[in-house]
Ligand binder design. Structure first.
Ligand code: ATP
Ligand code: MG
Length: 319
């Protein structure tokens, strides 16, 4: 690994939600999030449904125009004006391989479309060879190029999605729940494919998933999100084995452990109360309404994400 590929500073993504005839309230889907990703690194991103993971990924690629904050790619600022020149380098693989592939296009054309958009491989033979190379890279074969997406299994469709993302030789891919819709046996194959591609091509990933065991396996570091904010960020094993933020502790306690002795000694922490509406965020720390350690201070001020030593960052007044 050599240097930062992507740096995000104070990223904000607010969606205006109509709350009255003439009134809108900002839904703070991502609020003041900062992190960086090294070249060839995988950063995992976890947190319960609706906490803003997909929005972080989409904002990074300017699929949404960020409300605030800065994004640097290879040290250079990325903004609405110059994003087109970075489109090739940053790609996304989506959760649902069924809806993200055009049913009326052949697999060859689905994979070749980004090449056409970026005006690469205008020579027909070279384009065909590149598509065959990509199919081979993700474990499919050249005969698949003339077939349609509906003729494939879920795992194969996800491979088509990956080949499409790889077509323009990206350096960074947002993988948004890329295996969640697949059978467990197929999940392992796709995870291996992601890992092989990273070794072969040196691609960095932002890897979003619900399954913490998969995220731990895939990632060098993991970031934990709660209601639009990062609450903890650390080395993957360190975070899974010694979580510090009360929210991360509860997340990790829900992970099944293979060793029955360990499983007995570990207490599952079930969080009380519902996730607050992102339109009516609690003051101070957003987690305080479900936190058993919450004090007055937690209601008064938002805890910043601070380094507790060894690049283990936590945003909590009490932990
Ligand atoms: N385009 C949009 N317009 C308005 N609100 C949105 C939009 N996209 C997302 N949101 C809201 O932003 C919040 C974060 O959503 P997001 O999809 O990023 O969550 P997530 O962590 O990816 O959840 P999941 O694990 O279910 O995929 C949610 O409250 C969601 O309702
Ligand atoms: Mg999502």
């Amino acid at each position: 690994m050599s240097g930062k590929l992507l740096e995000v500073k104070n990223l904000k993504q607010y969606f205006p939600i109509k709350t009255g005839l003439f009134e809108t309230t900002p839904l703070k889907a991502v609020d003041d999030v900062s992190f960086s990703i090294e070249k060839g690194e995988t950063l995992g991103l976890v947190g319960e449904s609706g906490c803003g993971k997909t929005t972080v990924g989409r904002s990074l690629l300017h699929l949404y125009r960020p409300t605030g904050g800065e994004i640097y790619y290879d040290g250079k600022p990325v903004n609405a004006k110059n994003i087109e020149s970075y489109r090739k380098d940053m790609q996304m693989v989506f959760q649902d391989p069924y809806s993200s592939l055009n049913p009326r296009m052949t697999v060859g054309d689905i994979i070749g479309e980004p090449l056409d958009i970026h005006r690469l491989y205008s020579n027909k033979q070279e384009r065909k060879e590149k598509i065959e190379y990509l199919l081979d890279l993700v474990g499919l074969s050249s005969e698949h190029a003339t077939r349609y997406a509906h003729e494939f299994s879920g795992g194969q469709r996800q491979r088509i999605g990956i080949a499409r993302a790889l077509a323009v030789d990206p350096k960074f891919i947002v993988c948004d729940e890329p295996v969640s819709a697949l059978d467990v046996s197929i999940q392992a194959q796709i995870i291996n494919t992601f890992e092989d591609l990273q070794i072969k091509l040196g691609i960095a990933y932002l890897f979003i998933a619900h399954d913490l065991l998969i995220v731990q396996h895939m990632s060098r570091r993991i970031a934990v999100m709660y209601l639009g904010k990062l609450v903890e960020l650390a080395n993957a094993d360190e975070l899974c084995e010694h979580p510090v933020h009360p929210y991360s502790v509860s997340l990790m306690s829900a992970v099944p452990v293979p060793d029955p002795k360990m499983a007995r000694s570990r207490r599952r922490i079930v969080l009380e109360g519902d996730v607050p509406s992102p339109l009516r965020m609690p003051s101070g720390c957003a987690f305080r309404t479900r936190c058993r350690y919450a004090t007055e201070k937690c209601a008064e001020a938002t805890p910043p994400l601070t380094d507790r030593g060894g690049e283990h960052f936590v945003a909590c007044w009490n932990a």
